[in-house]
Ligand binder design. Structure first.
Ligand code: ASP
Length: 316
């Protein structure tokens, strides 16, 4: 099997020192894989070498381009990535790439020279999945701690333990055990294909809760679009809808619960989702605020207008 191994940095490529974990010389991934998976022919493609929290959307788009290019000439693509924003990159890859070749993202929670470091095991499992016929056509996958997650469902749910990723409330598509790749589920749908237009924009997330200050919303800094993470299925205090309606940029609201989707015609009170939609706000549907923000940044990179944004979220 021909595997393209794209490296981008992150803990999987870091070593502990008396100054804390940091990136240094590239880790010997190819030599390790040659020992454990002699059947794999690995092409190493360094893309970035940074902690992931500092990635821009343009960086993520560059990873997507490198992955799609590599997919054309390999059986599978594996991307090593910092775990901090791995879920955003994996989601963006699902939007920005279209290929039956498996694209698998992985990383590590422990530094390479720490006891029981998990990086090698995750990388080996990711290569097995990327090279398996069963993974073809299933979209972008996240392989972590022997589980296989569909990228749009995978989220980092723990700050330090090795079982850091989860697809709750659904669950992983499958797992890797005794070197075997087993899928139990497959994604029912693919997300719409988007392209990166090159324009970088400012798309913040504002999470609302009890006591949200109308003054803060009123004085919110200028940006290209605003994503609201709202309680429940998309509800906010009755003091802010008129302020939100007057904002000059597109305002998208997502549920802050992390599951389900925004409602559209259940609650009609001031600040309920029906009120927000009537005032021109756009419900994010099944996307959470983080994913909505990534989709918006990609849409806006091509100069999408509010109607294009509404059409994208309306079609999900
Ligand atoms: N700081 C790391 C990163 O690049 C954390 C990790 O990889 O787990 O995201």
């Amino acid at each position: 099997m021909r595997i393209a191994l794209l490296t981008t940095g992150g803990t999987i490529a870091m070593r502990a020192s008396d100054k804390g974990g940091n990136l240094g010389a590239p880790p010997p991934f190819v030599e390790m894989l040659a020992r454990v998976l002699p059947e794999a022919r690995i092409t190493l493609i360094p893309v970035l070498s940074r902690p992931s929290a500092g990635f821009s959307i343009a960086d993520i788009a560059a990873i997507a381009k490198a992955a799609e290019d590599a997919a054309a000439s390999h059986d599978g693509v594996v991307i090593t990535h910092g775990t901090d924003v791995l879920e955003e990159t994996a989601f963006a890859l699902e939007l920005l790439t279209r290929t039956d070749t498996p694209i698998v993202v992985t990383g590590a929670m422990r530094l390479a020279n720490q006891p029981s470091a998990d990086g090698d095991a995750n990388l080996i499992a990711a290569c097995r999945v990327a090279g398996s016929a069963a993974a073809r056509g299933k979209g972008v996958l996240v392989v972590f701690d022997d589980e296989i997650h569909w990228a749009p469902l995978a989220r980092k749910r723990h700050a330090f333990r090795t079982h850091a990723f989860s697809s709750e409330p659904f669950g992983p598509l499958g797992w890797v055990v005794e070197g075997r790749v087993r899928f139990m589920l497959r994604p029912e749908q693919r997300l719409p294909r988007l392209s990166w237009g090159g324009r970088e924009t400012v798309v913040p997330i504002l999470e609302a809760g009890p006591g949200l200050e109308p003054q803060l919303v009123k004085n919110f800094p200028k940006c290209d679009a605003l994503v609201l993470a709202l309680p429940g299925a998309g509800h906010v205090a009755d003091t802010v809808p008129a302020i939100l309606e007057a904002m000059p940029m597109p305002v998208i609201f997502a549920s802050r619960t992390g599951a389900g989707e925004t409602l559209t015609h259940s609650y009609g009170y001031a600040g309920g989702e029906m009120d927000l939609i009537a005032r021109g706000l756009i419900p994010a549907g099944p996307l959470d605020a983080r994913h909505a923000r990534i989709a918006l940044a990609i849409l806006l990179s091509n100069g999408a207008a509010k109607k294009d944004i509404a059409a994208f979220f309306g079609d999900l």
